[in-house]
Design a protein around this ligand. Structure first.
Ligand code: NAD
Length: 497
């Protein structure tokens, strides 16, 4: 059985005797298909040292050369993304078409980073004071850390590393130990694209690896994506060690459906956004907030569509794959038990599943709850599975109040044909990413991705100009060239004239 090791300084590390190992499963069959080495502190330190050693030369590599490498990486990724998608389906379980979609959304950030010379241009002011000019520049930070979750093993790291590398930093990435192979594949691609050894390093591991990155004095910034408790921990520990940290956390995304909405469009959207990737998306819709007058009709339409979904192995043309692990499947199933016990109406029960798959995969069918109330755990908690909860409200105002009272603020959507109501929602809702008749409003790469409240710790969202700024420090230079008429002693604070 294959044991995945780390990618440090341009090569795979030799297996370490007695290293702690994690299992890599194919969630569609339940089989263990590989092992992954979980890095000790000393292995992570080697990766950090490699990134630190590669930094001075990469920082001084011209933008023209950096851009050539980025374009090559983009071309290779585009040509071979099918291979990467297969890896994602094998280790994560999401269906192949969804895996390809994930790669394409990550590729957008690579394409943004190809334009880095333009994004890094500073400002210049001639004659700010008499014969004094001022200009601004942005410089890389140094070695930076990226720590990613299991649910987007390719896209989430790509939210960060293209811009980190394009701006002249070197990186150490710690992907989720549950589906780690995508990052080793991408490391090889960077090598082929001509990226110097040591600029892109991958360590696999768990808390020990993360803590080493958070505490290392050489690591300048941390970009983290994962659950809210760990995001908060990473933010607090990283900033306590003097680092710049952006830590994106969990979510509970609401979709508000007003009485004038196109209910067929809303039902399609609810099914796609609720059950796609088996609900294991940070932008999945998990709560449908239906205005009472249309709730019966909407629930019926969602149920009718959900019944047609094919659940099974992601390589077999199914609509929905398995959950990531047996433990997670059982946890989601436990939430369904709790929702039923709390009195929610079980419209569709996903606990029994007959998937199109071989073996003992980690499957659930889609579950639909109606008459969910805000005190139930199926509403309060992020379930991260194929479970949709319908909460009924009398009108827009109560729907908005419900969304704004939630601890999370990642994504949300409103379905309506009333432009005035949509405009009001956009203005009043306390959520970072808003869709109007769009259920999964993931911003394009040239905007920034990130939520509010407990969905993001720190003040910097991913990619777009916020990403460029996160991975660089600003400097302002004031210049005066020798001019005999402008010398002289003056101890006063510089003033303009
Ligand atoms: P997770 O928090 O369990 O793990 C994320 C990363 O942290 C992994 O690399 C993991 O190895 C590491 N980690 C886990 N426990 C740790 C600990 N005690 N100390 C230090 N590091 C630790 O998250 P997950 O289950 O992999 O991913 C699912 C979560 O990620 C969901 O909550 C989802 O909403 C969230 N997510 C958020 C976004 C977003 O943009 N806000 C995007 C994707 C996923």
């Amino acid at each position: 059985m294959n044991t995945l090791t780390h990618w440090i300084n341009g090569e795979l590390t030799a297996p370490v005797n007695e290293a702690r190992l994690g299992d890599i499963h194919n969630p569609a069959t339940g089989e263990v298909i590989g092992k992954v080495e979980l890095a000790s502190k000393s292995v992570v330190e080697k990766a950090i040292d490699a990134a630190a050693a590669a930094f001075p030369a990469w920082r001084d590599t011209s933008l023209a050369r950096r851009t050539q490498v980025l374009f090559s990486f983009r071309e290779l990724l585009n040509a071979r993304k099918g291979e990467l998608a297969e890896i994602l389906t094998r280790e994560h379980g999401k269906v192949l078409s969804d895996a390809l979609g994930e790669v394409s959304r990550g590729q957008e950030v690579v394409e943004l980073a190809c334009g880095i010379p333009h994004l890094l241009k500073g400002a210049y002011t001639e004659n700010a004071s008499t014969k004094i000019d001022v200009h601004s520049i942005r410089q890389p930070l140094g070695p930076v850390a990226i720590i990613s979750p299991f649910n987007f093993p390719a896209m989430v790291p790509m939210w960060f590393f293209p811009l980190a590398i394009a701006t002249g930093n070197t990186v150490v990435i710690k992907p989720s130990e549950k589906d780690p192979s995508a990052l080793n594949w991408m490391a090889k691609l960077w090598e082929e694209a001509g990226l110097p050894a040591g600029v892109f390093n991958v360590v696999h591991g768990d808390k020990e690896a993360v803590d080493t990155l958070l505490e290392s004095p050489k690591i300048q910034s941390v970009s983290f994506v994962g659950s809210t408790p760990i995001a908060k921990y990473v933010y607090e520990r990283g900033t306590a060690h003097g680092k710049r940290v952006q830590a994106l956390g969990g979510a509970k995304n609401h979709m508000l459906v007003l009485p004038d909405a196109d209910l067929d469009l809303a039902a399609d959207a609810a099914v796609n956004a609720g059950y796609g990737a088996a609900g294991e998306r940070c932008m999945a819709i998990s709560a449908i907030v239906a205005v009472e007058s249309i709730a019966d009709e909407l629930v019926a339409k969602i149920a009718e569509r959900t019944k047609t979904l094919k659940v099974g192995d992601g390589t077999r043309g199914c609509d929905m794959g398995p959950l990531i692990t047996a433990q997670h499947r059982d946890k989601v199933s436990g939430y369904i038990d709790a929702g039923e016990a709390a009195g929610a109406t079980v419209v569709l029960d996903g606990r029994t599943s007959t998937p199109d798959a071989d073996g003992e995969g980690f499957f659930l069918n889609p579950t639909l709850f109606d008459h969910v109330t805000p005190d139930m755990s199926i509403y309060t908690d992020e379930i991260f599975g194929p479970v949709l909860s319908v909460v009924r409200v009398p009108s827009y105002d109560e729907g908005l109040e419900l969304i704004n009272s939630n601890q999370y603020g990642n994504g949300t959507a409103i379905f309506t044909n009333d432009g005035g109501a949509a405009r009001r929602f956009e203005n009043e809702v306390q959520v970072g990413m808003v869709g109007i008749n769009v259920p999964i409003p993931v911003p394009m790469a040239y905007y920034s991705f990130g939520g509010w409240k407990n969905s993001l710790f720190g003040d910097s969202h991913a990619h777009g100009m916020e990403g460029v700024n996160f991975f660089t420090r600003g400097k302002v230079v004031t210049t005066k060239w020798l001019d005999p008429s402008h010398g002289g002693i003056n101890l006063g604070f510089p003033q303009n004239d």
